[in-house]
Design a protein around this ligand. Structure first.
Ligand code: UT7
Length: 348
């Protein structure tokens, strides 16, 4: 196997991406574990003890990913003082349609017709891949202010009869506004660590509907258009990759793990989060979590958690935060930031 790995993305000191706003949105419909147990061979105790999830928000028919993205985007823009942006990036696994991307429509609906806009596809690591992309646009001088949104209607690709995934994945959106600034100011994003291993792409995938296994009206796909996950192996990979990328990001930032005030990890599974935090030596008081009431919202998970934690005061200005994520691809990543002073609206 090749030993080549990507180095951390180090942003230029005088054109560093800085967080200027944050916001989130959850569709109002709540599905509890008891609701799921009424139609699946599962129960509240199993779901709580194995995943840490008690309920999740599910977008009903007629609500698309762009609808969630627009709501989260509006809140992030408000938090940033209703500033205009010149780029919109949407990280999603569940675009409104296979073609075109969701971001241009989101940009237009937010009043930014004409700006560059595109989607990023890295499943649950999508927000951190999007963060690197947005920070790169700012570093290159291509954009001054970027709206980065993680948005998912994951319930639209989960097989409602698959108890191993239907209990975990859920819908929601979170967004940040990034502006050009300097490395030493509050809100500055630190070095970003990203990685992938396509040799394990079969651990998490939607097998059909793309160019490999094509949709055809004459060959029904027997459910292969749904998301499938090999849970146990994914679990092991998630622990390894979130831990190692977290360590690399902290080291690249010139921090020690003791310097981290808040771990903001992709909300994959509460047991994964406990193990990752334990390996990093980050005790419970320095972690934030919302998996109990939102489940695993994939690319929306980190910005949704940032918005909720900032709104509730679990993250305060000056906190040094460590973000880490893992998802299909396989993909993983981590980044640091110093939290700025922002007004944040509640997510619902
Ligand atoms: O978001 C990024 C990527 N995703 C992740 O990182 C998620 C990674 N994986 C996981 O979170 C966990 O592997 C799951 C939550 C999916 C499963 O938990 P687990 O502790 O790994 O369970 P398991 O797959 O080892 O299954 C244990 C038992 C099995 O029964 P047997 O074979 O022991 O009789 C399953 O059939 O639990 C059974 N099971 C369930 N039972 C009740 C699986 N799902 C359920 C369920 N309710 N919903």
């Amino acid at each position: 196997m090749s030993k080549v790995v990507s180095g951390p993305l180090r942003l230029p000191a005088d054109r560093n991406a800085v967080i200027a706003g944050v916001g989130a949105w959850l569709p109002p419909n709540v599905v509890t574990n008891h609701d799921l147990a009424a139609r699946l061979d599962t129960d509240d105790t199993w779901i709580r003890t194995r995943t840490g999830i008690a309920q999740r928000h599910i977008a009903g028919p007629g609500i698309a990913t762009s609808d969630l993205a627009v709501e989260a985007g509006l809140r992030a823009l408000k938090s940033a003082g209703d500033t205009p942006v010149d780029a919109v990036v949407v990280a999603t696994t569940t675009p409104d349609r296979p073609c075109p991307a969701t971001a241009p429509e989101v940009a237009a609906r937010l009043g930014f017709r004409g700006v560059l806009a595109f989607d990023v596809s890295a499943v649950c690591t999508g927000f951190l891949y999007g963060l690197a992309t947005a920070a790169g646009l700012i570093a290159a001088g291509t954009a001054q202010q970027v709206l980065l949104i993680g948005a998912e209607t994951f319930s639209t690709i989960v097989n409602p009869e698959d108890r191993t995934t239907a209990v975990i994945f859920a819908d929601g959106a979170g967004a940040v506004v990034l502006r050009a600034g300097t490395r030493d100011e509050s809100g500055a994003i630190g070095p970003i660590v990203l990685g992938s291993d396509g040799g394990l792409s079969d651990l998490i995938q939607v097998p059909a509907g793309g160019s490999r296994q094509r949709s055809s009206p004459r060959s029904p796909m027997a459910g292969e258009e749904y998301f499938v996950m090999r849970g146990r192996e994914t679990y092991r990979q998630a622990v390894e990759r979130m831990t190692s990328s977290g360590e690399q990001a902290v080291e690249a930032a010139g921090w020690r793990m003791d310097d981290v005030d808040r771990l903001v990890a992709h909300q994959a599974n509460a047991r994964i989060l406990d193990t990752v935090a334990g390996r990093l030596g980050i005790e419970a008081e320095r972690r934030v979590s919302n998996i109990e009431h939102v489940g695993n919202t994939a690319a929306a998970s980190i910005p949704l958690l940032l918005a909720e934690a900032a709104a509730s005061g679990c993250i305060v200005p000056g906190h040094r935060i460590l973000m880490t994520a893992f998802g299909g691809g396989l993909t993983w990543g981590a980044a640091t930031a110093v939290w700025p002073d922002l007004d944040v609206l509640p997510a619902t």
